[in-house]
Design a protein around this ligand. Structure first.
Ligand SMILES: Nc1ncnc2c1ncn2[C@@H]1O[C@H](COP(=O)(O)OP(=O)(O)OP(=O)(O)O)[C@@H](O)[C@H]1O
Ligand SMILES: O=P(O)(O)OC[C@H]1O[C@H](OP(=O)(O)OP(=O)(O)O)[C@H](O)[C@@H]1O
Ligand SMILES: O=C(O)c1cccnc1
Ligand SMILES: [Mg+2]
Length: 635
């Protein structure tokens, strides 16, 4: 079994390598919208079998009110092309389902159809991508190119959305915090859950609780335990085993007895009455420690008595408190009071201010009156103190037997306040018992965490080492879909344009190349789309970059580096690039993000990144627009 701190990068690497091209069985030609197949028949009937098409796959706006997107899902698209074949049972199903007038030869045609005549160009998986720059370009026979639409979109949309979402969480958390994906239970079904784990890892998460994702994708699997484990013990009498061998000497010790001894002692040190702590919780922790003495990690908020002492009103008030007013606590008591949004500390350090008169210097828990004054949740001390006291007692007992505990998870309450309280407790014990490692115990926080919660916790100051994030991450609650579309831009070498009242929805006609132009400081300056017939921009040469639709918006750019964005990934029926491992795609995400200026990446009002067209492409678009726009008649 895998435990919290264990990195399970094991021998299943070979398994993954051998199975890399085993593809998800759900991804098959019938995983599409019916209209693709009905169009295919109508194309076939109207003699368009040999027409050659170019389709662009792109999005129009970045998700999450941001100004960048991470492109992901490419490897899955390539596996789909590699496996594109209708089976006999697919044919049978289609014959039963489609219009009875469809000719048998069409089914023959479909039966032999593969993606061998398709060429797929794409930007690198894990790259930052911007609106309107096609991330995939498909060239090939119209019918097959059309049949790919829905499946390619479903493979790219959620993957890119998840990778972007997780990259954003990584950005706000900073590089030193562990991020674990806990979303399987809340994800959009089993396939959504698996994809979420995979693309969260690509975007910068360190691991997942999803065991199958660990096996299939070689992602580190990690976890703690649930409240059920604690609540399954009602008292010490439930403990069947209480002994553990000393890690070095092998001599058997009574873990329960030692833990009880430490709990009494700690009760004085931490000024937490043993009556405040639950015996069932202690028994559960002792038994978990016996099962996992080297990686003991405990959930400390089970005996949350708030439901008894907190009114409904208070709870609902709390629900809406994403950046509520809380207090920081020092080992000696309350030391910093925040009664408005806490903005003063953005580097994750708990603030200490002993001038507010509320710190009485004693190690007493806050009284109810103090809690009210401080706007502290009333239950905070009580519920958490049981878990904290019991955990510390068991961790010290383990220490006596030569083991080091790993840490705690907090899953409710004020995570800033409680993490500071826990850290200060660990510091006190580290000093008192001369065990410096106690100071380094890991504090994991979970419970409906999202990007804003992390930002707010950073502002308040916290001592969390690891966030476990589920619902908001995997459901992409802030924006549940990325709007990638797949548009025909050329047929038989004739450019096609789709007009719209909404200028943003006008397509960029023709087969295009895309380049990223960099400034001298290494930052991406602008993405430039050109007609494929144009020669690429050159380093040190002035290039005119134009807004695709606003005539007056243009600029000369002298690039210090020019990056052609497209590579051919699929041609002549095979994948024609060495594909990166998941790990390499993950690294690519961070490398690519580094080239994006901070003002494009910030969460609040980020600066839009510029996407331009060449002068030639600009004129081409606008000529075609005029040719295609009907001229109205006034009468
Ligand atoms: N210091 C903080 N600043 C901002 N948000 C916080 C802070 N601490 C916790 N939160 C968030 O506040 C919300 C608290 O939600 P909720 O009221 O459902 O939790 P709870 O009652 O403490 O726990 P539960 O109902 O799961 O037992 C969560 O989304 C949590 O991530
Ligand atoms: O909060 P999320 O970001 O979705 O993270 C996953 C949640 O899943 C577990 O809760 P559980 O399913 O046991 O229910 P709970 O929320 O009532 O604790 C865990 O304790 C986290 O709270
Ligand atoms: O391992 C955990 O702590 C975990 C796993 C899934 C959901 N919530 C928590
Ligand atoms: Mg929860």
């Amino acid at each position: 079994m895998s435990s919290f701190m264990r990195t399970n990068k094991t021998d299943n690497y070979n398994f993954i390598e051998q199975n890399r091209f085993n593809h998800n069985a759900v991804v098959q030609p019938l995983l599409t919208d019916l209209y693709q197949i009905t169009m295919a028949y109508a194309y076939w009937k109207s003699g368009k079998t040999d027409n050659v098409a170019v389709f662009d796959l792109f999005f129009r706006t970045n998700p999450f009110h941001g100004e960048f997107t991470i492109f992901a899902g490419l490897e899955e698209c390539l596996k789909f092309l590699d496996n594109f074949r209708y089976s006999d049972s697919d044919m049978e199903y289609l014959k039963q389902t489609l219009d009875a007038n469809i000719e048998d030869e069409f089914y023959e045609y479909l039966r032999n159809l593969t993606a061998k005549d398709i060429t797929l160009y794409a930007i690198e998986e894990g790259s930052v991508a911007f609106p309107r720059v096609p991330i995939i370009k498909i060239e090939g026979p119209l019918i097959i190119a059309q049949l790919l639409e829905t499946t390619l979109l479903t493979l790219v949309n959620y993957a890119s959305l998840m990778a972007t979402n997780s990259a954003r969480y990584r950005m706000v958390a900073g590089k030193n915090i562990q991020l674990l994906e806990f979303g399987l239970r809340r994800a959009q079904g089993p396939d959504g859950g698996l994809s979420a784990s995979k693309y969260a890892y690509i975007g910068g998460f360190d691991g997942t609780s999803n065991v199958l994702a660990g096996k299939l994708f070689n992602i580190p699997v990690k976890g703690t335990h649930a409240h059920a484990y604690i609540t399954s013990f009602s008292g010490i009498s439930d403990l069947k085993t209480r002994v553990l061998r000393h890690k070095q000497t092998g001599i058997t010790g009574d873990l329960l007895e030692t833990a009880l001894k430490h709990r009494n002692n700690l009760s004085n040190v931490l000024d937490i009455s043993t009556e405040e702590s639950s015996e069932g919780e202690l028994a559960a922790m002792v038994s978990f420690a016996i099962a996992f003495p080297d990686v003991f990690m405990a959930l400390v908020d089970t005996y949350d008595v708030k439901s008894q002492i907190v009114s409904q009103g208070r709870r609902s008030e709390k629900k809406s408190s994403a950046s509520t007013t809380k207090a920081m606590i020092s080992a000696n008591g309350i030391s910093k009071v925040k009664t408005t949004k806490v903005l003063s500390n953005s580097n994750g350090v708990c603030l200490s201010n002993k001038t507010n008169g509320l710190n009485n210097g004693s190690s007493k828990d806050t009284t109810n009156t103090q809690r009210e004054l401080l706007n502290l949740p009333k239950y905070v001390g009580k519920s958490f103190r049981s878990g904290l006291l019991n955990f510390c007692a068991v961790a010290l007992a383990l220490n006596d037997l030569g083991y080091r505990a790993v840490g705690i998870r907090i899953d409710s309450g004020d995570l800033a306040y409680l993490s500071c309280l826990a850290r200060e407790t660990f510091e006190t014990i580290a000093e008192r018992f001369k065990i410096p490692w106690f100071n380094q115990l890991t504090i994991v926080a979970s419970n409906d965490i999202n990007e804003d919660t992390i930002l707010s916790l950073n502002e308040q100051g916290h001592k969390i080492d690891c966030f476990g994030i589920g619902t908001h991450l995997v459901t992409c609650q802030r924006q549940p879909a990325l709007g990638c579309v797949y548009k025909l831009v050329e047929i038989n070498e004739q450019a096609r344009i789709k007009l719209s009242q909404d200028v943003e929805k006008v397509t960029m006609p023709g087969s295009k190349n895309a380049y990223r132009l960099y400034s001298t400081d290494g930052h991406a300056l602008i993405d430039l789309l050109q007609k494929v017939t144009e020669s690429p921009p050159e380093v040190g040469q002035k290039v005119l970059c134009r807004h695709p639709f606003q005539e007056s918006k243009r600029a000369y750019v002298i690039p210090s580096r020019v990056e052609p964005l497209y590579k051919v990934y699929w041609k002549d029926g095979r994948i024609c690039q060495d594909l990166p491992t998941l790990e390499q795609v993950r690294e690519k995400v961070q490398r690519s993000l580094k080239t994006v200026r901070n003002d494009h990446k910030r969460t609040l009002n980020p600066t839009p990144y510029k996407v331009a067209v060449s002068d030639d492409l600009y004129n081409f678009i606008h000529d075609l627009w005029l040719q295609n726009a009907p001229i109205g008649e006034l009468s």
